[in-house]
Design a protein around this ligand. Structure first.
Ligand code: PLP
Length: 389
């Protein structure tokens, strides 16, 4: 029995008739960019998250870029962020002309550590204009937190730190659609929350897509302008007051997402049940540890189920030989990526990030994966780890 890392047919086959009808509706209407499908999807997405504004864009990466720009983050600014993420989180900061400042993660949940953020903050002092400035004059503009693998970071604490310091909190919730803290959806705690609709995400399109959510109606308006070349529609046709992007979710994707959105919670429940199966079987396996999510009333999602263990390399290869596909996320902390060298700063050592990265293995988890398959993957891993102790 071959077990793929991800298989989307479990989501799409049961909905195929509805998806076909939605696509046909868009083709018949002949409106492919913007229009009622996109507007309806944005409204439904905002309702699902219980936030007032959802602005769709062309990808999760663009969601971060548009959010940062809309909040006025740009050249001369610093943004404190995590080194344990997909490269897009830090690249977005660089793309708006700002500089990522990497602070360490916590050892238990692999998310940005509020204590490390507090320590990074001590490098800045309050200037007469009320901003936080480093000795070289750079402004500290924001904290960009990532909910890695679907486990919420401590957004309540980070939001209060950001508010106290009068800087922005931006949530990279690309991997966390459906996760909640005290019943409130992640993405809604910061000044902006950014989601990826990449097909494998917990809510995925049939191509690229992204959404920014915000409670700030003026920021939402700036996001809408930025995604469409900086056009200020309310000032009349062809009025461009800033340089923006062509970054729109297209109507075909919106129509498919509208079919999928009502099923996302059930799919997340299915992923949680599969994760329970992994956790039960992997408990106590020598050399292996799991991502923890210990805070009260936190309901995570499992975009990925990731194990940490020093025997990852041989486990990856041996699982492949057994017909089980896994992925190595993340091989190095972002500060070690060549693309970010010279464009970011590491003010303090990152021992947790360095020890976590390179030691992680993501296991198959997706709607449609069976408990029998989970058992097989877990048993193989347990056998590998036990044989190598
Ligand atoms: C944490 C994180 N941020 C941002 C992104 C970028 O999203 P997209 O691929 O939709 O541009 C991803 C996508 O994998 C991600 O995992």
């Amino acid at each position: 029995m071959r077990i793929p890392f991800v298989d989307l047919t479990g989501q799409h086959v049961p909905l195929r008739t509805e998806i076909d009808a939605a696509v046909a509706r868009v083709i018949d209407a002949g409106c492919f960019i913007g229009g009622s499908e996109v507007a309806a999807f944005e409204e439904e997405f905002a309702t699902a998250l219980d936030v007032p504004h959802a602005v769709s864009v062309a990808s999760g990466t663009d969601a971060l870029v548009v959010a940062l720009r809309a909040l006025g983050v740009g050249p001369g600014d610093d943004v404190i962020t995590t080194p344990v993420s997909f490269v897009a989180s830090a690249q977005a900061i660089v793309r708006v002309g700002a500089r990522p400042i990497f602070a360490d993660v916590d050892a238990f949940d692999w998310n940005l550590s509020p204590a490390a953020v507090a320590s990074a903050l001590s490098d800045y002092v309050r200037a007469p204009d009320g901003t936080l400035r480093a000795v070289d004059g750079r402004r500290l503009a924001a904290i960009l937190v990532v909910h890695i693998f679907g486990a919420p970071a401590d957004v309540e604490l980070l939001a209060s730190i950001a508010a106290e310091q009068r800087i922005f909190l931006i949530e990279d919730a690309a991997q966390a659609f459906g996760a909640t803290v005290r019943g409130a959806s992640v993405g809604g705690f910061g000044d902006a929350g950014c989601f990826s609709l990449f097909p494998t995400k917990t809510l995925g399109a049939m191509g690229d897509g992204g959404v920014v959510v915000t409670r700030d109606s003026q920021a939402a308006e700036r996001m809408r302008r930025l995604r469409s070349h900086g056009a200020n529609a309310s000032a009349g046709n062809e009025v461009y007051e800033q340089v923006g992007y062509n970054s729109r979710l297209d109507a075909l994707q919106a129509s498919v997402l509208r079919v999928k959105l009502p099923h996302a919670e059930a799919w997340n429940e299915e992923r949680r049940a599969l994760a329970d199966g992994y956790r039960e079987r992997l408990r106590g396996v020598p050399g292996l540890s799991l991502q923890q999510c210990p805070r009260d009333q936190v309901s995570r999602v499992f975009h990925q189920f990731v194990v940490r263990g020093t025997r990852r390399f041989s486990a990856h290869a041996r699982l492949r030989d057994a017909g089980i596909e896994t992925r190595e996320y993340y091989l190095k902390p972002l500060n070690e990526q060549v693309a970010l060298a010279g464009l970011s700063r590491v003010p303090r050592p990152l021992p947790c990030a360095e020890s976590v990265c390179g030691d992680l293995l993501a296991l198959p988890i997706f709607p449609g994966l069976t408990h029998e398959m989970v058992k097989r993957v877990a048993d193989e891993i347990a056998a590998i780890c036990t044989s190598e102790t």
